[in-house]
Structure formats: C-alpha cells, structure tokens
Design a protein around this ligand. Sequence first.
Ligand SMILES: CC(C)(COP(=O)(O)OP(=O)(O)OC[C@H]1O[C@@H](n2cnc3c(N)ncnc32)[C@H](O)[C@@H]1OP(=O)(O)O)[C@@H](O)C(=O)NCCC(=O)NCCS
Length: 403
Amino acid sequence: MPDTGQVIRNADGAGSTGGAGSTDAPAGLDGVVVARTRIGDVRGLEGCYYYRHYDAIELSSHRTLEDVWHLLFRGHLPDQAERAAFQRQAAGHRVLPEDLIPFLRTLASTDPFDPMAALRTAISFVAQRSGFRSWLDIPPDQLYDNAVQLSAQTPVLLAALHRLHRGQEPVAGDPGLSAAASYLFMLSGEHPDPQHVWALERYLISTIDHGFNPSTFTARVIASTGADLGAAVTGAIGALSGPLHGGAPSRVLDMLDDIGTPDRAQAWVRDAVLRGDKIMGFGHRAYKGKDPRSALLREVADTLGGRTAEFAAAVEDTIVGVLAEMKPGRALNSNVEFYASVVMDACGIPREMFTPTFASSRVIGWCTHVLEQVSGNRVIRPSARYDGQPPEPVPLSDEMTQA
Ligand SMILES: CC(C)(COP(=O)(O)OP(=O)(O)OC[C@H]1O[C@@H](n2cnc3c(N)ncnc32)[C@H](O)[C@@H]1OP(=O)(O)O)[C@@H](O)C(=O)NCCC(=O)NCCS
C-alpha cells in the first residue's frame, strides 16, 4: 500500500493525530482527570471516598438517605426546616400519575422482562410526559425540580414495574415512611422489618455517588450536549446495566449458589480464571486495597446474619487468595457488589431487582453531576487516534462508470 504522505499514515498510529494538540490517554481513561468536581472524591490509595467534604462511610453510618441526598443536591446537610421542606418536595413526586400505569403495565408484560431495560424506557417516557426540555431552554430552578422528580420517582417506578410483572397491582408509598422503608414497602406491599430498613439505607447511601464511574460519566457527557435530564439519566441507566459496572450483584449470588460449599471455592475460582472469566464482586479500577463499601456492607451483612452472609465471608478470603496467586500484582479484593448482594438478599429484595435497586440510589448521584456539569458546561468531546488502513483512492464503481 503506498504511503500517501498524509497525516494518517499507518496502522501503528505513528503518523496519526487525534486532532489538533491532542495527547493519548490510556485505554479505559485509567487515571485521566477529565473534570473538576465539588460533589465527591474517591481516594483509591487511602481506601476512602467522600460526598462533598464528608467521609461517605461515616455518612452512611450516621445519616439518613434524605439528609445525604440534600447534601449532594444543596451542598450542605439540612437543618430541621430544610429537611422537612426537602422531604415534602420529594414526597410530592412519589405518587405516580394514574395514566402512567397502563404504560408501565405494557413494559412489565414483556417476556423476558429486564427491569433495567424497563426502567430506562419508563424514565425516558416520564421525562417526555413531564415536559423535560434542554437545560439550555429552562431556568436552573426547573432543572433542579426535574432532578428532584427523577430521583424521587425512580424507586417508585421500579417497585411498580416489579409488582406489575408479577401480576400484582402497584402499592402507593407511605408518606410517613423514610425513602428506604417506602421502597421496601412498595416492593413487597408489607411494612418492612426495621432492621432491613436500617441495612438497606446503609447500602443506598453508600452507593449514591462514586467519582467518574461509567454511568456518571455517561450522564455528564449527555448533559454536556444540552440534552434534557431525562436523556442523561436514561443513558446512565444503560451504562449501569452492564455486568462490569452495576450488573454484578445478582451474578455474585449466582456464583455463590454455584460454588455451593466453602470447600469447592478454591477449584471453582481457579477454573473460572483459567477460562478467562471475571469473578463478580472482585476488582476495582480505583481501589487497589480494600473497597471501603465492601467493608461497610460486610459489617451490615454480619449484623443481619444468615447462611448467605456466613458463606460469603467464608469464601471471600479463598477467592482473594486464588486471585492473588493467578493474577499477581493486580490487587483484586472484594468490591461493593460482593456484600451488596448479600445485604439485598437478606432484606428480601429479589435477585433481579439488585441492579435496579442500585440505580434507585445512584440516580441521585447522576442528577447531582448533571446539575454540576451544566453550571460550567463545555461539551465533552474527546478525540480518537485513527488506527486503520492508510488512506487510498476510492475505487471507481462499475455502475457509476457506466452511468
Ligand atoms: C471492576 C473491573 C471492571 C475493573 O476493571 P479494570 O480496572 O479495567 O481492570 P482490568 O479489567 O483491566 O483488569 C486488570 C487485570 O486484572 C484481572 N481482573 C480484574 N478483575 C478481575 C476479576 N474480578 N476476576 C478475575 N480477574 C480480574 C483482569 O483479567 C486483568 O488481568 P490481565 O492483566 O491478566 O489481563 C474489573 O475488576 C471487573 O470486571 N470485576 C468484575 C465485575 C465487577 O465486580 N464489577 C463491579 C465493579 S464495582
């Protein structure tokens, strides 16, 4: 192939530019800082992460979901009056309009039923039905209201979809209950055990935000184009649904079921790694030591007790040991999903609702990031380095020649 002498020259990329003044980022943007944020900080080396200026694990242990939601949206923890006003505003969105139910019924009747696919369709519909518009065309207050609405309605939509799929009618949330309690109530139709509410709330708070993870980054990219909030959240749900991001927790329980007994763990993991499989619930891009969320949720799982919690704790060390031996130097420890699956299972949440439940808290993080993105927006538009064949003249088509 002749070298054309143009900027793009060969498959090793030597002559290619990704655009004026471009630099190459590592695959997966590993370690690349793409923005400044005041929302949170993931300190991978120190093994901790922050929401605003507070340690997220401390918040998970000592505050309510609504307080932390207020912290992210408003920048500070609420006082009593602010808490009441915020709760009132959120509660106003927890009642689903009657005319939405037939649409949810159709979504819930699909076979096979995928609650994450149903959720992203429902959110897209809700945003359109509610008249969400490009943030370029609405005042900031309206975008903020959109954010409160989607954050409040996501758990309600999920619970309704779940029940409708099972042939049950949706249950309205109880305004007297906390967000976590209300979610469990809307899922099962029964007043939840306070210990389950406590456990789920710890989980939900600890998963609201976590740096520029794939779904959050997706939300910011979409928001950066001026698209409406519904578009950003719909895209983020799609990113979260992948097994390598938010889709892992149900697969963790499948794995524990498949392992069966602690004595089988060693051989099971070895075979899986030899096949090239990823062990679900292990490894993290940011944490090379302990994932602090895993430690928190292990404590929560221990408190709840039960066979699955004991079994998970019994095989965790074996899995870490095999990974250390077969993937030396990668520092693969349990991540948030490992004990998240155990906690959600113990709270009576069905397996297929694990990732959707994750979405019900992460939506608060996505919305916060959209609010921040638009406050100093620049379209997120990186470049790519062409790595294909060198340019060559377009061969003439026989048909075109004849014409
Ligand atoms: C979370 C995750 C996507 C991070 O990935 P990453 O930072 O891009 O790391 P990589 O996929 O490049 O992995 C680096 C090395 O560790 C290995 N590795 C990473 N996680 C692994 C896992 N869970 N099981 C087995 N090997 C793993 C990779 O195979 C790779 O090995 P190699 O160097 O021999 O190719 C990855 O650890 C993973 O897929 N984990 C399982 C899914 C999961 O639990 N997701 C929830 C995340 S909170």
